[in-house]
Design a protein around this ligand. Structure first.
Ligand code: PEP
Ligand code: MG
Length: 847
C-alpha cells in the first residue's frame, strides 16, 4: 500500500472515509474488501482536491507511478453523498502517440484511433473547455491534435503526468462552479461540501476476444422487483462504443444478442457479485464492468437508481430477506417518497412542456380538459371526460365540481388555501397560486404570457407534486398500494408511538382513511356535508328563515340527512373514535356569489330577487374569516349546533345498537373564551339528555375544543376545564398568529421564502418557533388544569414530518391529517420513534 499525505491507494485496510474521500471511494473499498475484481484505484481526499483547485498539485509522478508505465487511467468524482453530483468521469488519461501505437498492435488501428481521438476530444472540450464543434465528426487523431494545437497554441500533451494534472485541475475547479454549487445545495449539501476524486487503472474494454463494457442491475428501477436490466457494449468503453458494436442484452433474450450468449460464466459472476453486494453492502447495486479478453473487472457500483415504488419494494425485500432489520427499512425511506406511490405520477424521464409553475399544493398528476366552473366540471364528469377545474380560487360552492374534476388549478391561494386543503383530502393533484396565469372566467380563457391562450376544452396536465402546469397530455404511472407498501405500513404501525388519525368529511374520505389504517377520524368538517344540491337548498332556506319557527322547520329537514351521514361514518370507522366538528364557516359561503345564482335562489325560495340580494348583502363581512363563524354562530344561532348534536346522538344510538358502543367526540371550532364553551356545553348536554329520555337508551360522548385562536391557546387552562380534548387547528392558528390570510398568502409567499423572511411557507411547515410556542403553552396549560385531557394537532401540518416530531415531543396523543397524508405521517412517526430509541445506525457500518 502506498500512502502519501496527498493520496491513498485503496486497499482493504487503507484509511478511506466517506467524509474525507467521498462515497465512491468508500464504496470501491467495500468492493475490494469483498474480493471483487476492482482495478487498482487511488483516492484523493477533499483536502487534496481543494489544494488542487488552489493550484497546489500532489506528487503526480508518485501517483502515476502507482499504476506503472503506460497505464491508462480514469478519474471519477467522489462526493460525500452521491446525489450531490460532481464533474463527469474522464477516461483514457495517459493516451498519447506511443500508447496509441501499442494499442494499434494489440487491438487494431480502428480501436486505437477511436480511443485516441475520443480522449483528445474529451481533453479539449471537457478539460480545456474548447469549442466542441472543432472536434466533431469522423476525425483522426492527427486532425484532432491539430485542432487542439490551433486553439491552445501548444501541442497536445504526451506526458501522462501533465495530462493528469490538467484533468484534476479542471475537475477540482468544476466543483467550485456556481451551478454545481446551487445544484448540490438543493440536494442538501452544506456550503463547504468537499469533492474527492478516484483515479483508477483502466481495464481497457475494446480488446480482442470477448471485450467490452457494460452496466447491469438485477432489480427494475421502476418497480424494484427482480429483473435484469442493463446493457453490454461489445468492444465498448465507458458508456460509448469505440467501434461499430451495438448494445446487447446481459442475459439471454429473444429480442437480440446478449452477453450471456458468449460469456455465460462472466454473467454468472456478475450475478454472484450483485448477490454478494446485496447482502454485504445491504443494498441493491448497479454495477459498471468491463471484460478484457474474457476477464471481468468491476469498475464501480452505485446504489441502483429507483422510483418511489422501487424504493419501498427494495427496502421491504431487503428486510424480508433478513439483510437489514425492519427498523432500517423504515428509516431508509424519506416519508414524502410515499406520495409517489399513492397518486398517479408523471413517468420518470418524459419531456414536459411546462407552461407555468405555482404552489405544489397537493401531490399527484392528472391530465384533462380545462373547465372554468364547478358546473362544467360536473357536466364533463357526467360524460366521462376527465377535466381540470381552473378557478381564480375555490370556495365551498366548488366542492361538487372538485369531486368531479381530476385536478385543480387556481390562480390564487397557498398551501392551505381552500383549494389545497380540499384537493389533498380528495387525493386530487392541485397547483395553487399560479399567479403568472391570466384567467378570464367570463370569456373562459387562460392566458400563459408569451405562450398561448387556452380555451375551455383544451388539454393540460397538472403536476401537483412539482407545482407545474404542463401543456397537453403526458405519460403517467399508476399508484401502487398493495404488496410492499402495505407491509411497510404495518411495520410503521408497530414502530410508531403517536396516534395518526385522518381528517375525513365524507364517507368516501372515511373509507379511504380506513384503508390507510388510521386510528380514527380526528376532524370531520361537517359543513362539507351541506353542499349537495338538495341539501344546499334546505340550508339556504334555513339561512333565509325570517323567524325561529321557519328556521327550525328547515333544520328539521336537515336533521335526518346529517344523522344518515354520521351513521355511515360510525359504521365505516367500526368503533374507532370519530371527532365531529360542529359547523364552522360563515353562512354567506352557502349563498350564491353572482347575479345568476341570486336569481335562481330567489326562484327556488319564491322570494323577490331584491330581498334575496339584500339578505346576501347583509351577511357579507369585511373579514369573514375573523367574523361570524365557528362557535360564534353556535352562540348566536344555537339551533344549528343543536340539530347537529341531536343528529350525532341519534346516530350513536343507532350504530351502538348494532355492536360495540360508539363514543362520539364533538368538537367546537374557533373558540377564544371559556364562556363560549360553557354555553355550547350546556346546550349539547341538554340535547343529550333529551335524546336519552326520548330513546330510553344511554350513551356517552366527549366534548372538546379546537384551539385555533391565539387566545384559546393562552387560556387553554380554563378552557380545558370543560374540554375532554384540545385539538390544535394549526391552519387558523397560523393564520391568526401571523395575521396572514391563508387564502391570500400564496401571492407573495415565494418572495418571502426566497428573501429568507420565512424559512418556509408556515402554512406548509409548522412554524415551530412562533406557532409552536403557542402549541406548547396551550398544551402545558391545558394539561395542568386537566391532566387527562387528550391533546392533538389537526391542521394540515399534521401530515408533515416536522409537525409529527413536534407533536410527539410535546406529548400529544395524535396528529390528524388528510387521508392521503396518513402514510407519510405514519412513516415519519415510526422513523422518529426509531431514532429516539437509538436504532438508526449507519447503514453500511458492518463492512
Ligand atoms: C384548522 O384551522 O387548522 C383546521 C383544521 O380547520 P379548517 O382548516 O377547517 O379551518
Ligand atoms: Mg380552522
Amino acid at each position: 500500500m502506498l500512502t502519501t499525505p496527498n493520496f491513498v491507494e485503496i486497499t482493504p485496510t487503507a484509511d478511506i472515509r466517506k467524509d474525507r474521500h467521498g462515497n465512491r471511494a468508500k464504496c470501491l473499498q467495500r468492493l475490494i474488501r469483498l474480493d471483487l475484481p476492482v482495478p487498482h484505484t487511488v483516492a484523493l481526499s477533499f483536502d487534496t482536491v481543494r489544494a488542487i483547485a488552489d493550484g497546489r498539485m500532489p506528487d503526480l509522478d508518485a501517483l502515476v507511478g502507482v499504476f506503472g508505465k503506460g497505464a491508462l487511467l480514469s478519474v471519477r468524482s467522489s462526493s460525500e453523498m452521491s446525489d450531490w453530483g460532481g464533474p463527469g468521469t474522464i477516461l483514457n488519461i495517459g493516451m498519447g502517440d506511443e500508447v496509441a501505437a501499442r494499442l494499434s498492435e494489440t487491438h487494431g488501428p480502428d480501436v486505437a484511433n477511436a480511443a485516441y481521438t475520443a480522449f483528445i476530444r474529451t481533453f479539449a472540450v471537457d478539460v480545456h473547455r474548447l469549442d466542441a464543434d472543432e472536434f466533431e465528426g469522423p476525425i483522426t487523431p492527427r486532425i484532432a491534435k491539430e485542432a487542439y494545437e490551433a486553439e491552445m497554441e501548444e501541442p497536445f500533451p504526451q506526458d501522462p503526468t501533465a495530462q493528469l494534472a490538467e484533468v484534476l485541475r479542471s475537475m477540482a475547479r468544476a466543483w467550485d462552479g456556481t451551478t454545481a454549487r446551487i445544484l448540490r445545495q438543493a440536494q442538501g449539501a452544506p456550503a463547504d461540501a468537499g469533492l474527492g476524486l478516484v483515479v483508477q487503472n483502466m481495464a481497457l474494454g475494446p480488446g480482442q476476444g470477448i471485450s467490452g463494457a457494460g452496466v447491469v442491475q438485477f432489480v427494475s428501477s421502476q418497480t424494484g422487483e427482480p429483473q435484469v436490466t442493463g446493457r453490454y457494449l461489445p468492444r465498448g468503453q465507458g458508456r460509448e462504443t469505440l467501434t461499430d458494436g451495438e448494445a446487447q442484452f446481459i442475459e439471454h433474450d429473444t429480442r437480440g444478442p446478449s452477453l450471456e450468449d458468449v460469456a455465460p460464466e462472466q454473467v454468472q459472476a456478475l450475478r454472484e457479485a450483485a448477490a454478494l453486494m446485496r447482502v454485504r453492502l445491504r443494498e441493491e447495486m448497479q454495477t459498471e464492468f468491463t471484460l478484457m479478453d474474457g476477464q471481468l473487472s468491476i469498475l464501480d457500483a452505485v446504489r441502483t437508481p429507483r422510483s418511489a415504488r422501487g424504493e419501498v419494494t427494495i427496502a421491504v425485500a431487503l428486510a424480508e430477506d433478513g439483510v437489514i432489520p425492519r427498523h432500517e427499512a423504515l428509516s431508509r425511506i424519506p416519508p414524502f417518497t410515499l406520495n409517489g406511490l399513492l397518486h398517479r405520477q408523471i413517468a420518470v424521464g418524459v419531456d414536459r412542456d411546462v407552461l407555468t409553475t405555482g404552489v405544489a399544493a397537493a401531490p399527484g398528476a392528472a391530465t384533462g380538459k380545462i373547465v372554468f366552473s364547478a358546473a362544467a366540471a360536473q357536466a364533463a364528469a357526467a360524460q366521462g371526460e376527465p377535466c381540470i377545474l381552473v378557478r381564480r380560487e375555490t370556495s365551498p360552492e366548488d366542492i361538487r365540481g372538485m369531486h368531479a374534476a381530476q385536478a385543480i388549478l387556481t390562480e390564487r391561494g397557498g398551501a392551505s388555501s381552500h383549494a389545497a386543503v380540499i384537493a389533498r383530502g380528495l387525493g386530487l393533484p392541485c397547483v395553487s397560486g399560479a399567479t403568472r396565469l391570466q384567467m378570464d372566467v367570463r370569456k373562459k380563457t387562460l392566458t400563459v404570457a408569451g405562450r398561448k391562450v387556452f380555451h375551455e376544452g383544451d388539454i393540460i396536465t397538472i403536476d401537483g407534486t412539482a407545482g407545474e402546469v404542463i401543456n397537453g397530455a403526458v405519460e403517467m404511472v399508476e399508484p401502487a398500494l398493495g404488496g410492499a407498501f402495505a407491509t411497510l405500513m404495518d411495520w410503521a404501525d408497530e414502530a410508531r408511538d403517536i396516534g395518526v388519525r385522518a381528517n375525513a368529511d365524507t364517507p368516501e374520505d372515511a373509507a379511504m382513511a380506513h384503508r390507510f389504517g388510521v386510528d380514527g377520524i380526528g376532524l370531520c368538517r361537517t359543513e362539507h356535508m351541506f353542499f349537495d344540491p338538495l341539501r344546499l337548498t334546505v340550508m339556504r332556506e334555513m339561512i333565509f328563515a325570517e323567524n325561529a319557527q321557519d328556521r327550525q322547520a328547515a333544520l328539521d329537514r336537515l336533521l335526518p340527512m346529517q344523522r344518515a351521514d354520521f351513521i355511515e361514518l360510525f359504521k365505516l370507522m367500526r368503533g374507532q373514535p370519530v371527532t365531529i366538528r360542529l359547523f364552522d364557516p360563515p353562512l354567506h359561503e352557502f349563498l350564491p356569489g353572482d347575479r345568476e345564482g341570486t336569481r335562481a335562489l330567489a326562484e327556488a325560495l319564491d322570494l323577490p330577487v331584491s330581498r334575496v340580494a339584500s339578505r346576501i348583502e347583509n351577511l357579507q363581512e369585511f373579514n369573514p374569516m375573523l367574523g361570524l363563524r365557528g362557535v360564534r354562530l353556535g352562540v348566536t344561532i344555537p339551533e344549528i349546533y343543536e340539530m347537529q348534536a341531536r343528529a350525532i346522538f341519534e346516530a350513536t344510538i343507532k350504530v351502538s345498537n348494532k355492536g360495540a358502543p360508539v363514543v362520539p367526540e364533538i368538537m367546537i371550532p374557533l373558540v377564544s373564551a371559556r364562556r363560549e364553551v360553557e354555553l355550547i356545553k350546556a346546550r349539547v348536554d341538554a340535547i343529550a339528555a333529551e335524546v336519552r329520555l326520548k330513546s330510553g337508551k344511554d350513551f356517552t360522548y366527549r366534548l372538546g375544543v379546537m384551539v385555533e385562536t391565539p387566545r384559546a391557546a393562552l387560556r387553554a387552562g380554563e378552557i380545558a376545564e370543560h374540554s375532554a380534548f384540545l385539538s390544535f387547528g394549526t391552519n387558523d392558528l397560523t393564520q391568526m398568529t401571523y395575521g396572514l390570510s391563508r387564502d391570500d398568502a400564496g401571492r407573495f409567499m415565494s418572495d418571502y421564502v426566497q428573501q429568507g423572511v420565512f424559512p418556509e411557507d408556515p402554512f406548509r411547515e409548522l412554524d415551530v418557533d412562533g406557532v409552536g410556542e403557542l402549541l406548547l403553552l396551550g398544551s402545558e396549560r391545558g394539561r395542568a388544569a386537566r391532566p387527562d385531557v387528550t391533546l392533538a394537532l389537526c391542521g394540515e401540518h399534521g401530515g408533515h414530518p416536522e409537525a409529527v416530531d413536534f407533536s410527539r415531543k410535546a406529548g400529544f396523543d395524535y396528529v390528524s391529517c388528510s387521508p392521503f397524508r396518513v402514510p407519510v405521517a405514519k412513516l415519519a412517526a415510526a422513523q422518529f420513534a426509531i431514532r429516539d430509541k437509538g436504532l438508526a445506525e449507519d447503514v453500511h457500518a458492518t463492512l
